[in-house]
Design a protein around this ligand. Structure first.
Ligand code: HEM
Length: 417
């Protein structure tokens, strides 16, 4: 990791002049130093313009729950279109931008979203429930006892890629490629990982496209089936996609189904360990899983932000946002906004309104997979409680270098023998 880490992010958050404050540095998220930045912004400049980012250029930060909702519902003013820069704070080079329906505005967005939506219809979720449970049981029963292992690797990644392989009807033995591709798609170049340049990322994307084009070709001439590739191959709004658009939507579904649920699985175990009274409450009453699952998703906020671009001037929180400006909705901050959520800094598994959070976004782009993600977490925790009175976190988590994916790469745990 080449990027500088502030030696004392907490104090920099409060001492840096407001007009130089930049909460977007990926290193802040890796060290969890971003919290005081957002606390200060919510208090002193809830809609804030930053010009000092070394990576992302000038951008607006929207940090309160209420203002984030305003941006979300005004999708005619705040565009998601990849032509303007899409949905992440980082601008990709113009010729390398990927069209995908999360980065489109109506009507194209709505038409393409409709094609894949049935994958999470209640009837299909009911069918998936049995498959998820069987896989969860197999993963949990195979875990080592009495020794330290990485929960992220053995459980969070394994469960989410198995699920994704099912949704795509993707060759099961190659399923780990899905998490590799997902990581490559979101990894910042300066993080010093496998993707060291945009060219390298494009090489990986070419591999994704080649692999999935074969699956598409098998399915396009066969009867429609309820998997995401077949749905897109037969869907009216998607069957004539360009290869680049097919790739874009694949990356959307791979990342959407992977990083997010994975990090909620890891986060949940960490939060329970850090809040033993909540863990005890859960053991005494497993029915609390129902409200705990959305609380985990709020508390983790697996995607720290979504970005929009203003297409006309707009007044927000007393600030004048101009047409063409980049606007970042910091869900991670809105989810800790005391004006909207009581005692937001605390992890409380029996909140009265646990689904009142921003982790899935809101409005026309609200997460397609939200019920599926909740279902996976619910089944996982039901089966964990049936087997293990406790799973101990025995070391500090290692976190992702990113201000987009808010995630954990390593979580050392131990299940007593
Ligand atoms: C969109 C979060 C799981 C597929 C989104 C958005 C967020 C999000 C923040 C954008 C919302 C907005 O702009 O208003 C999450 C979280 C998850 C999760 C926190 C797990 C805890 C999943 C899963 C899938 C999925 C399991 C797929 C199987 C999608 C898709 C979109 C989306 C396709 C684009 C929707 C659109 O543009 O209309 N998700 N997601 N997500 N998510 Fe998820």
């Amino acid at each position: 990791m080449n990027a500088p880490v502030s030696p004392d992010p907490a104090s920099a958050a409060w001492t840096t002049p407001l007009d130089q404050l930049d909460p977007s540095h990926p290193a802040l998220f890796q060290t969890h130093g971003m919290w005081p930045y957002f606390e200060r912004l919510r208090r002193e400049a809830p809609v804030h313009y930053s010009t000092t980012s070394p990576f992302f250029g000038p951008y607006w930060s929207v940090t309160t729950y209420k203002d984030i909702m305003t941006v979300e519902v005004n999708h005619k003013v705040f565009s998601s279109d990849s032509g303007f820069g899409g949905i992440s704070i980082r601008d990709r080079p113009k010729d390398l931008r990927l069209p995908m329906f999360i980065a489109m505005d109506p009507p194209r967005h709505d038409e393409q979203r409709k094609v894949v939506q049935p994958i999470v219809a209640p009837g299909n979720l009911a069918k998936l429930e049995g498959i998820i449970r069987e896989r969860v049981c197999r993963i949990l029963d195979g875990l080592p006892r009495g020794e330290t292992f990485n929960w992220v690797e053995h459980v969070s990644i394994e469960l989410t890629v198995q699920m994704l392989a099912t949704l795509f009807d993707f060759p099961f033995e190659d399923r780990r490629r899905l998490s590799f591709w997902s990581d490559c798609a979101t990894m910042p170049i300066e993080a010093g990982g496998y993707v060291t340049s945009e060219e390298k990322r494009e090489e990986v994307f070419a591999e994704v496209l080649a692999y999935f084009t074969e699956l598409w070709n098998q399915r396009v001439n066969a009867e429609p089936r309820p998997d995401l590739i077949s749905m897109m191959a037969h869907g009216e709004a998607t069957r004539n996609m360009t290869p680049r658009e097919f790739l874009g939507n694949l990356i959307l579904l791979i990342v959407g189904g992977n990083d997010t649920t994975r990090n909620s699985i890891s986060g949940g175990l960490l939060f329970l360990n850090r809040n033993p009274e909540e863990y005890a409450k859960l053991r005494a009453n497993p029915a609390l899983i129902e409200s705990m699952v959305p609380e985990i998703i709020r508390y983790q906020t697996p995607l720290a932000h979504m970005r929009r671009t203003a297409v006309e001037d707009f007044e927000l929180g007393g600030q004048r946002i101009r047409a063409g400006d980049k606007v970042v909705m910091w869900y991670i901050s809105g989810n800790r906004d005391p004006a909207a959520i009581e005692d937001p800094e605390r992890f409380i598994i029996d909140r009265k309104r646990p689904r009142q959070h921003l982790s899935f976004g809101f409005g026309i782009h609200r997460c397609v997979g939200n019920r599926l993600a909740e279902l996976q977490l619910k089944i996982l925790w039901e089966e964990i409680l049936r087997r293990f009175p406790v799973i101990e976190v025995v070391g500090e988590p290692k976190r992702v270098y990113s201000s987009f994916v808010h995630g954990i790469t390593e979580l050392p745990v131990r299940i007593p023998a």
